[in-house]
Design a protein. Sequence first.
Length: 214
Amino acid sequence: MIKVFVVDDHEIFRDGLRLLIESSDDMVLIGEAESGADVMPRLASDPPDLILMDINMPGENGIEVTRRIKQRYPGITVLMLTMFEDDKSVFAAMRAGASGYVLKGIKHREMLQTLRLAAGGGAVFSPQIAGYIMQWFANMGAAHDQPSDELPQLSRREQDILTLLAAGDDNPTIAEKLVLSPKTVRNYVSQVLTKLEASDRMDAAAKARRAGLE
């Protein structure tokens, strides 16, 4: 049985969620709160599996409350609920430890599926929110492909590789720091050496230092 706790300052919305959860045979609502200040004292005695957290509430907002919950109770899953398609809030919620970000206009059946997926450890985002995330990663990829200011012949990602290479990092370390596969790092290092016309890693590192990448 999935134990759910709802945090939202709108009583009517909480009532709707309560009825929805009670209609399910695999979930139980163990508590409600109308503000962030009411949440923490109520988690110690009977921690839920899943918290549905509103973002905009009086006093401490849902993102700050989520951050405190995840610090003290890392095993609790927090799913953000909001009316706003705000990309800044999306990434702030993710950094705070939220496992998903769902718009309140979601249909009842989809909401139940979302709760089950989140409680099972999945990352859940409404289609509109997923679109923001995909666009962000697309923009990040495009930025990494742009030429660097210090070494115009290198892309941003190649400059990242060169900076770590010049610091003495080996390929496995670079892969770990940049969250890339070792094979991808090897390819990037080869591209950097070719573009810089460097004979080896030491030569490339020397050119990096001359370009001010230390």
